[in-house]
Write a protein that binds this ligand. Structure first.
Ligand SMILES: Nc1ncnc2c1ncn2[C@@H]1O[C@H](COP(=O)(O)OP(=O)(O)OP(=O)(O)O)[C@@H](O)[C@H]1O
Length: 269
């Protein structure tokens, strides 16, 4: 087996909201190791603590307890400068692609922003167009058809693709994707997931994929973490967790996946 570097490690990660009777332990003493270039799914039902964990990873929420290590060192986001440096290495995509964009910026500006964030502001406009065209091509969009359009003139699926084109330009170390395909049909969903996997192969990015869909997690992940009421109830390789589950909760999530073929199995009739 190839030895991989640990990119992000969490020890005893805990988040408590509220006090007294209103206290919620959203994430309860969780340990994890995310490796470079790995796709990790965090799976659980609504309210299990997935988004809270993602927000702590992104540095958007303070930890109540525990410590995060980034590239082998304690993660330090104690000053605005350090936070900015950390955020430069990561990107997030959320459920609703329309909420992630400024609707008054044209598609060109959304992509140009990424080129500038990468420190390429001084490139000629032709070179910038070449980068934007390549990024759109990666997600099967035609830059020439999108140029000068506003986000609200695009379909939901085109917006999801545009988000991935932006990540193609930004090339972050970590991508946190919180149910990124919830708004699209099954066919486009498979395409988007395939693009994310291709992007991982291309730039060796670590992807943390947040989902309630264990079938999807099996399709995309190297490792799977199962959360229930803030606890981590099972973790391991996708095959181990899903094909040889130990926790009752994981077994229940798997049993809840609709099995279309069962409806048509007439052999037992
Ligand atoms: N800002 C907050 N203040 C108080 N409680 C919160 C806050 N954010 C989340 N919670 C609580 O923490 C628990 C975990 O919420 P979280 O959003 O992390 O779950 P989730 O697994 O992402 O759910 P979903 O799949 O519905 O997005 C829930 O009980 C939720 O009500």
């Amino acid at each position: 087996m190839i030895e991989r570097d640990i990119l992000l490690e969490g020890r005893n990660i805990t988040k408590v909201f509220g006090l007294g009777a209103r206290k919620t332990i959203a994430v309860n003493h969780i340990d994890f190791k995310f490796y470079k270039g790995e796709i990790i799914s965090i799976v659980g039902e609504s309210g299990s603590g997935k988004t809270t964990l993602a927000k702590m990873i992104l540095g958007l929420l303070k930890l109540t307890e525990g410590e995060l290590f980034y590239q082998g060192k304690p993660r330090d986001i104690s000053t605005a400068k350090k936070r900015k440096a950390y955020w430069k290495t990561m990107q997030a995509i959320f459920q609703d692609p329309f909420s992630s964009f400024n609707m008054f910026n044209k598609v060109d500006d959304l992509l140009l922003d990424c080129i500038h964030m990468k420190g390429n502001k001084k490139l000629s406009y032709d070179k910038k167009v070449a980068i934007m065209t390549e990024a759109c091509g990666f997600v099967n969009l035609k830059f020439q058809e999108l140029t000068q359009k506003y986000p609200f003139e695009l379909s939901g699926g085109q917006m999801q693709r545009l988000m991935i084109a932006r990540i193609f330009i930004l090339k972050p170390q970590i991508l946190v994707a919180d149910e990124p395909t919830s708004m699209i049909d099954a066919c486009s969903r498979a395409t988007i997931l395939d693009m994310l996997m291709k992007l991982r192969d291309e730039i060796d990015m670590t992807i943390v994929f947040i989902t309630h869909d264990i079938g999807l997690a099996y399709y995309v992940s190297d490792s799977v973490y199962i959360m229930e009421h803030g606890f981590l109830v099972e973790k391991g390789s996708a095959d181990d967790v899903i094909l040889h589950s130990q926790a009752d909760y994981t077994k229940r999530l798997i049993n809840d996946v609709p099995k279309i073929h069962e409806q048509w199995d007439l052999s037992t009739v």
